[in-house]
Write a protein that binds this ligand. Structure first.
Ligand SMILES: *Cc1c(COP(=O)(O)O)cnc(C)c1O
Ligand code: SF4
Length: 360
């Protein structure tokens, strides 16, 4: 993949055949994965990208041709480019941060399964993603390159089967929809066979980064395992495209509710107008805004973190102005693994000096 960007986009989809472009396996295997690939996109010599070389050793890169077609490579401040292009600040940080601020590893009764809240657990089934988001809070997993393993997953299933308080299982990663239909069928089928597991949930960014993955076959497969909910991650209004809208529409038509978990990202979506456009756009495509996450203090992500008060003030203004159907819950996943803490906007929050006591 070394096409120099046409005007306006890193990649012009017109340079590929339709049957390649719409084939998710082609999209997946043609992801840009190397410094050479990035140099080709930018039309610059590889040597000029040496500041990225060390970054890629720690945090690999992967960008689907589809996602590349949505932005201009030459624009370093582009909100989509920033989500997937390496940045030297990932390894040269000032404030540090830790690999696993949520201490997920501590709440794993068996490898890869996080059981933190009593009635639900989260299974990390693969570390692979269609696009590696530079702000990811599980970026520690990329280099371990955890692949799907039937044996590893069976151990999780055994734990879930002997833990009757678990009524919901979240299938996550990495991105579970990078797995084949056969593997997904087996995963969903194994969980569905457990009587006390009432609800399944898939966490995936594929509708945003590789919407071709949502095929008729995948929808038919997922439909068998309802109630099945799907949470995705649109972070910017420009990610809502005819392709991503179609993917969500197909899921919704199959009876799979689609919700969205955004991450609050500095310079990407931490201003009122951008967030409003994103939330309105999601409402238009019938995707329910569920959470807006304060960006966690993950090592190598510091440059994406916004002051929590900026987020609070933005949420308060949104809460006053836009439809309730568009409003996500603003939450902080507290460092140390104590779980999610909601920050509901109240009308008095903009006056930081307000004495809460006087209101009650
Ligand atoms: C966020 C999260 C969940 C799901 O929580 P919801 O509030 O139901 O979305 C489950 N397990 C872990 C470990 C989580 O971090
Ligand atoms: S798709 Fe999710 S798990 Fe994968 S890199 Fe992006 S945020 Fe992380």
């Amino acid at each position: 993949m070394t096409n120099k960007a046409d005007k306006g986009a890193c990649l012009n989809k017109a340079s590929f055949t339709d049957s390649d472009w719409t084939n998710w396996k082609w999209q997946f295997s043609n992801r840009v994965r190397s410094l050479n690939g990035l140099a080709g996109l930018l039309g610059v010599p590889v040597d000029s990208l040496s500041s990225w070389e060390d970054v890629l050793h720690v945090y690999p890169v992967a960008i689907s041709p589809y996602y590349l077609s949505l932005f201009d490579c030459a624009d370093e401040s582009d909100p989509l480019r920033r989500q997937c292009f390496p940045d030297p600040r990932e390894i040269h940080f000032s404030l540090g941060g830790v690999d696993d601020p949520l201490e997920e590893e501590r709440d794993m009764p068996v490898p890869g399964l996080i059981h933190r809240y009593s009635d639900r657990c989260l299974a990390i089934v693969t570390a692979t993603c269609a696009v590696y988001c530079r702000h990811c809070n599980r970026k520690r997993l990329w280099k371990e390159n955890v692949k799907f393993s039937q044996r590893r997953f069976q151990t999780m299933v055994d734990y879930i089967a002997r833990t009757p308080e678990l009524r919901e299982v979240i299938i996550s990663g990495g991105d579970p929809l990078t797995l084949s239909d056969e593997k997904l069928d087996w995963i969903l089928g194994s969980l569905r066979a457990i009587k006390h597991v009432e609800v399944l949930r898939i966490g995936t960014r594929v509708p945003v980064t590789l919407p071709m993955r949502v095929t008729k076959e995948l929808c038919a497969l997922m439909k068998k395992y309802r109630p099945l909910w799907l949470n995705t991650q649109f972070n910017h209004p420009r990610e809502i495209t005819p392709d991503s809208a179609r993917a969500c529409e197909m899921l919704l038509e199959s009876g799979i509710p689609v919700s969205n978990q955004s991450v609050l990202l500095k310079g990407i979506n931490d201003d009122y107008e951008t967030m409003k456009d994103l939330l309105y756009g999601l409402e238009r495509i019938s995707v329910r805004p569920y959470y807006l996450f304060q960006c966690d203090p993950v090592r190598g992500v510091d440059h994406f973190r916004t002051d929590i008060w900026v987020g609070m003030e933005m949420m308060e203004k949104l809460w006053h102005n836009i439809s309730g159907l568009c409003l996500p819950r603003f939450v902080l996943d507290s460092p140390g693994g104590r779980g999610k803490i909601p920050f509901q906007p109240f009308s008095f929050l903009s006056d930081r000096k307000a004495n809460l006591q006087t209101l009650f």
